[in-house]
Ligand binder design. Sequence first.
Ligand code: NAP
Length: 244
Amino acid sequence: MTHNGFDEELGRAVVIGGGSGMGLAIADALLAAGSEVIVVGRSQERLADAVRELGDGRVTAIAADISDEAQVARIFDESGVVDHVITTAADPTGAYGPVRDFDFAHGRGFVETKLVGSMLLAKHARIRSGGSFTLTSGIAAYRPSVGGAMVAAVNAALEGLARALAIELGPTRVNVVSPGWVETKIWDKLAWNDKDERLRAMAERLPAGRLGQPEDVAAAVLSLLRNRFITGAVLHVDGGHRLV
Ligand SMILES: NC(=O)c1ccc[n+]([C@@H]2O[C@H](COP(=O)([O-])OP(=O)(O)OC[C@H]3O[C@@H](n4cnc5c(N)ncnc54)[C@H](OP(=O)(O)O)[C@@H]3O)[C@@H](O)[C@H]2O)c1
């Protein structure tokens, strides 16, 4: 049922990265909105935990690595046509480091999942006309840190990719959500021994006065899915981080 360019029913959605963090919160919000959800990730165990936690008969899981084209094609062979595809997938292992010492073999997984994986999804996703594809970039594109060149480059590239895909795949809508610092387990993958202190200091710096929660990003994603006149856009969910 639609009115004023706004989809009230979200239909079926595939959430890549739906086993944890923002992806899990997006899956939860979609289920609460009446959607049927397929969560995708590499770890079968993480997906099984997510399906248990979501506790809803309308959620199923497909284990796949989106950096591998055959596995991406298999996701959509199994799902058939869906209304929305959202990817939050990223593995930052090896992605941070000063450029002069950068170990490209170790850091390449970030590019292959986040950037190449998004292109593979664009190639193989079976999205009904008027549905949507949502990518996840991040604040590093706007506020890079020393040692964060690879992450900044990939996040910025994703936003260009989405604008190009919005032209090429229309009327499927293609948008990006750009999170600031959000409390998820992704921070555990960074070898910071002062992680808690850095997160606390950032919360104090932000105009919003706190870090983001996965639910903040989920609410933003659902607004992009629902609004049928938004495409080629970047929605910042960063507590004002770009301003400080
Ligand atoms: N958290 C933040 O503060 C923050 C800030 C800015 C941007 N971001 C971006 O936001 C997105 C979500 O981050 P998050 O914090 O929710 O992280 P997260 O909890 O680590 O979630 C990432 C998910 O992606 C899946 N994944 C990783 N590589 C994959 C691959 N090759 N194929 C399929 N699935 C894969 C992981 O599952 P498996 O390991 O089981 O595959 C995991 O469930 C990421 O793109 C991240 O770069 C996060």
